[in-house]
Design a protein around this ligand. Sequence first.
Ligand SMILES: [Zn+2]
Length: 136
Amino acid sequence: MILLTRKAEFSAAHYYWNKKLTPEENERIFGKCSNRNGHGHNYTLEVTVAGEVDPVTGFVVDLKLLKDILEREVVSVYDHRHLNHEVPEFAETMPTTENVAIAIWKRLDGKIPNAKLHRVRVYEMADLFADFYGEF
Ligand SMILES: [Zn+2]
């Protein structure tokens, strides 16, 4: 078994606001991230798949196909969008780095032929990332 990682990038806006909390609690917990006009990030996504090397191609997965899957399932849905308002999974769930990683896992799981999704890593910025391995 070998691991292969492909990167993709997208830019998106978000804010943090939990409807179950009071406005004062939201502002205290989330600070400037609670501004409901939102703010943007340049996200970097790393998707790692696990599989066996095909003896004919030398690949675990078709790299063009993997790129196309990331584009179709994630980048085309998230890029230049307001995550809270335009991406269905964040209508009720706050688009934190952690939740974005989980959501991307759900979008990709089972969609990559001949390989198993191993890890989804999402960088919200260069010094902050979340890893999800598909287990709660
Ligand atoms: Zn943010």
